[in-house]
Ligand binder design. Structure first.
Ligand code: UGA
Length: 409
């Protein structure tokens, strides 16, 4: 098929790359000329395992442009533009305008919205623009996006037209995933419900981690393991740490909470999850202060990891960056290292290696769960604060791990 993709962020690029690998012809459109230029040359503009290979291998089947006109031959067009929040409210204007432009360029193609859209967005597109769209949310995670697209747990298709739903189902049939065909509104809400539920799970376990820190002989990792072996609970998203970051959970939790309020309902559990997450940084700063014998004002703090999680260069709403923001006003000096995030951060001394970062610091904070931090060597005079619980506590003399009970390491 000839498949158009509008919006070449994580979702759009990965969708394009995976569908090209299946033999489809891809026509990608984005406003960012630099990104388009890189993709035209067969290179991936983002760090995502496996993506670069797919893009370069299929470059003969891919075309990229900043001009919507190239979509005129597409049989279907995916819309994967951002839906940011402004003042806590989700902003659907990029989706509206991308759908309008795609439909102007090609009135015959089936338009499929992959962007995360509030319930009622497809109906709004229908009533305001007179265009029918299929809602087909994605559930890919950064760092495993290619695999998640090729082998998703499920495909959700919201459509009023059986024919359009069938067309979308056939595109994804190679995945073998169970498919739910439903209303646009259900499909839209399934996406928000999934992300906010996972975020709530994380906040739940982070609150339990706080409780563990007040109790002897407890460890949140062991408790999560014990809980997660119950198939009804599942082991996923039970890892306590710094709280959730990234371009999705913080935005989608805020958006659902404010959307619910706008229709006269409250999602109090989601609101609590947001609040618990907000306080996560206070907690970590507290641990750092506790470990600085001579006061945080003269301490040299080393932050290992800047990306919002491992295997990505994405720092959007990264808790590591939020932590640095809070430390800047208080700590003597801040050093940082990340395996892939290399651009400078105001007020931070960027280090070329993790060893340099550790060497220059009095307190070393694990802020992202990169594999290469799992076995760091740290001098006995320094304190290690493991906010992601990836280290063996017994290897370090001065150690604090989130969610480890009192009296223990
Ligand atoms: C998330 C969802 O997992 C995807 O299903 C969804 O498609 C995507 O948002 C989206 O809406 O586009 P992503 O933001 O890439 O994916 O990252 P996650 O792996 O979900 O992690 C989010 C945050 O939660 C990270 O800061 C991570 O460190 C944190 N986290 C995750 C925990 O603190 N504990 C956990 O157990 C899991």
């Amino acid at each position: 098929m000839r498949i158009g993709v509008v919006g070449l962020g994580y979702v759009g690029i990965v969708t394009a790359a995976v569908l090209a690998e299946r033999g489809n012809e891809i026509i990608g459109v984005d406003v960012d000329g630099n990104k388009v230029g890189m993709l035209e040359k067969g290179t991936a503009p983002i760090h995502e395992p496996g993506l670069g290979e797919l893009i370069s291998r299929n470059s003969n089947r891919n075309r990229f442009s900043t001009d919507y006109g190239v979509l005129k031959d597409a049989e279907i067009i995916f819309i994967s533009v951002p839906t940011p929040t402004s003042n806590g409210n989700a902003d659907m204007s990029y989706v509206m305008s991308a759908v309008r432009s795609a439909s102007n360029a090609n009135g015959n193609a089936i338009i499929i919205v992959k962007s995360t859209t509030l319930p009622g967005t497809a109906a709004k597109i229908r009533s305001e623009l007179g265009i029918e769209v299929v809602t087909n949310p994605e559930f890919i995670s950064e760092g495993t996006a290619v695999r998640d697209t090729e082998k998703p747990d499920r495909i959700i298709i919201g459509s009023r037209s059986r024919k359009a739903a069938d067309a979308v189902e056939s595109i994804w049939s190679f995945t073998g995933a169970e498919t739910v065909v439903t209303s646009n509104e259900n499909a839209e809400l399934i996406k928000y419900a999934s992300n906010t539920f996972l975020a709530t799970k994380i906040s739940f376990v982070n609150e339990l981690a706080n409780l563990c820190e007040k109790l002897p002989n407890t460890d949140i990792d062991v408790i999560s393991r014990g809980m997660g072996l119950d198939k009804r609970i599942s082991p996923y998203f039970l890892k306590a740490g710094m709280g959730f970051g990234g371009s999705c959970f913080p935005k989608d939790t805020r958006a659902l909470a404010s959307f619910a309020r706008s229709v006269g309902e409250t999602t109090s559990i989601v609101e609590a999850a947001i609040e618990v997450n907000r306080k996560r940084i206070d907690r970590v700063v507290g641990h750092i202060k506790d470990s600085c014998g001579n006061g945080i004002g003269s301490a040299r703090i080393g932050v290992l990891g800047l990306a919002f999680k491992k295997d990505t260069d994405d720092i959007r709403e990264s808790q590591a960056i939020n932590l640095i923001g809070r430390l800047k006003a208080q700590a003597g000096s801040i050093y940082a290292y990340d395996p892939v995030v290399k651009h400078g951060i105001d007020g931070v001394n960027m280090c070329a290696t993790k060893e340099e970062c550790i060497e220059k610091s009095d307190v070393v904070v694990i802020a992202t769960d990169w594999d290469e931090f799992k076995d760091i060597a740290v001098d006995e005079s320094k304190t290690v604060i493991d906010c992601k619980r990836i280290l063996d506590p017994n290897r370090y003399k001065r150690f604090k791990g989130v969610g480890i009970g009192t009296g223990d390491k």
